[in-house]
Ligand binder design. Sequence first.
Ligand code: HEC
Length: 131
Amino acid sequence: MKMIKILALSALIGSGAMADDTLAKTMSQMETGLNSVQKGFLYNSPELIKSGVSDIHKANALFHNMDETKKYLPKDKQHMTNIAYNASKRIDTASADMQKALDNKEYSKAHKAYSDIINACGSCHAVVRGW
Ligand code: HEC
């Protein structure tokens, strides 16, 4: 029974279905986080911004190195893994900047980091989607 489960699981991994599922969940977390950040800025709620940026930061950890990042790109885009990986690193930097700015109550600076995050999401999507 255990063996069958293992075989089924490796078939899933082999087909990339697991990676697809993980990616879809991660992107949904990214979107939820970004929505909270936007709403937090609109309604002037630092707490909401903080919780959103923390969600983004956690989700972005999926791309913690080049090899992991490559796994989630379409085969014909994998030669551009470095661009995708750099986009993810920019999200890391910008989300850390935002957290620091929020702690210092520098909301204008925090808002700039928010733009940087959105631009970085777009950089990776541009690679993936051939925009
Ligand atoms: C390192 C690359 C990378 C980064 C960075 C990235 N994404 Fe994605 N995103 C993808 C891939 C790959 C897909 C799936 C392919 C597609 O939708 O074209 C995707 C798809 C999505 C989707 C559509 C999901 C679906 O189920 O159709 C959303 C929403 C999304 N991303 C949100 C975000 C947000 C918000 C950010 C930034 C906070 C972000 N992504 C950053 C790679 C990335």
